[in-house]
Design a binder for this molecule. Sequence first.
Ligand SMILES: Nc1nc2c(c(=O)[nH]1)N[C@H]1C(S)=C(S)[C@@H](COP(=O)(O)O)O[C@H]1N2
Ligand SMILES: [Mo]
Length: 392
Amino acid sequence: MALLIGTDIVFGSNMPEDYVPLALHENDPFTMFKKNKDMVLLNDRPWNMEAQAHLLDDDITPNSCMFIRNNGHVPEKINPYTWKLTIDGESVKHKKTYSLADLKSKFKQHTYQLTLECGGNGRSEFDPPAKGNQWTIGAVHCAQWTGVRLKDVLEDAGIKSDAVYIGYHAVDEHLSYDPNKEPISRGCPMSKALMDETLLAFRMNGKDIPLVHGYPLRLVAGGWPASVSGKWVNRISIRNKVHDGTKMKGSAYRIPCKPVAPGTKVKDEDMCIIESMPVKSLITYPRSGAMFNLSKALTIRGHAWAGELEVSSVEYSIDFGSTWKSCTLKKPVNRLAWQRFSATIRFSQTGYYEIWAKATDSQGKSQPMLLPGWNPKGYLNNACHRIAVKVK
Ligand SMILES: Nc1nc2c(c(=O)[nH]1)N[C@H]1C(S)=C(S)[C@@H](COP(=O)(O)O)O[C@H]1N2
Ligand SMILES: [Mo]
């Protein structure tokens, strides 16, 4: 510790065990971002952190278990009293600027629970591997967001008939600190921007949004790659063409328009922008590796989600996918929120088992057992989640 602080800690021997000296607090992302110690740090420049499956057991994900994905530096100085949101672009009728107080007083407020999953969640399993954060299964959360409808704000400024897309701009800085570069500036077609559930949010789980998740204002577009949900948003442009901000072009957040063999080089013009995320599920109880007694039934539970669609069923298998049984599945609390599933399993004999879960969406599409189609950037891995248990 003294090494980290750079000098001797006088009276250091009096420090309680497990005590973290204040000087170290800001270097510790778990303390700094109020995260559970079981979260997994993937990168510290920029900060990227994912959850483990058992941390995502709550119906509403608490801040402590929400993954963090940053493309640039987390902004440091934010003054909510002087914060401004500008609506501009080729297709805005009247360029307008709102303070947070304007947004809160002029427009009706709505609360939705919204599933946000990083497009690269599951990337670590692709072969040949894809560069980028090696997310396993933990880059998803379903928090409760409160704000105003993006639609109401856009309509207040006025939308010209040639509008096709919105693009967000935010105050986080590029990793190079070059003020002319944005770390990320993405968006979505007007149809998604105008949906009831697409929010300009200023609260998360009933409190101010934590800084790292977008304080004081965040775009939240549930069911789409979470990169559409701009954090620290201060400008939204109504575009007369597909938004061309940073990470909208090339292969960023795109997959081959047609499936390709693993390792194929795909031309930019053959890559299509990811829209609604695919059906997926996660077993959040028990924790993989848990041990149980043969005499007791085991009730497993988890969440399932399907982008813009609803999940229509979830099944589980304890025999490596050769037979499947139905889980109980709840309706979402609102559109674009994940859904709780559970099932009670009675094991016939002692030994090692794997429990696999597989969800199916309302259009009949199911999760692939092992890996979905390979793509150059390793997006959209919605393979079945699997846990191991031992029965004694
Ligand atoms: N301004 C800004 N917004 C952003 C990002 C970012 O780097 N800067 N990252 C995006 C990506 S890629 C993801 S997956 C989500 C992550 O949201 P979270 O950190 O709140 O979990 O934020 C999105 N919004
Ligand atoms: Mo992401």
